[in-house]
Unconditional design. Structure first.
Length: 143
């Protein structure tokens, strides 16, 4: 079964909204100083990494498009090995991933992100498939 993985920022949701009815597996929750004050963003974000079964990915995108705050250019991206969703308030981009992916789809999502006020450094969602199917960090040592 195809799975999509992504990250949702807690502060990107409208106040008093609820994301429910979609089976998500939370893989990690953490806080990090990633905000850009000049863009009106809070300095510290709560990041919720998740997996969602492929059959629920489109419904998650539709739901998030209603829950994400518009001001500040908030978005949520999630991806499978061959497809990417980038979701903004009331706007969804879905395109093929990888070297032979949909470059026009990626370009349209990037253009929209800029028009929505996303800082350039945050237009950084991954498109290339992972090298391995599991998450790990690798350190190379040598001369």
């Amino acid at each position: 079964m195809r799975t999509f993985s992504g990250a949702l920022l807690g502060g990107s949701l409208w106040p008093d909204t609820v994301l429910e009815g979609i089976p998500l597996t939370v893989t990690k929750i953490y806080r990090a100083a990633l905000g850009v004050a000049a863009a009106g963003q809070p300095e510290v974000w709560t990041i919720i990494e998740f997996d969602v079964p492929g059959q629920h990915a489109a419904r998650l995108a539709e739901t998030l498009s209603r829950l994400l705050r518009q001001e500040g250019g908030w978005y949520c991206d999630f991806r499978s090995a061959d497809e990417v969703f980038v979701v903004f308030s009331e706007k969804i981009f879905r395109y093929s991933r990888g070297d032979r992916g949909d470059r026009a789809g990626r370009a349209a999502a990037e253009e929209y992100a800029r028009s929505a006020g996303v800082p350039e450094a945050q237009i950084d969602w991954p498109d290339l498939p992972p090298v391995s199917s599991h998450r790990e960090s690798v350190t190379f040592a040598g001369r």
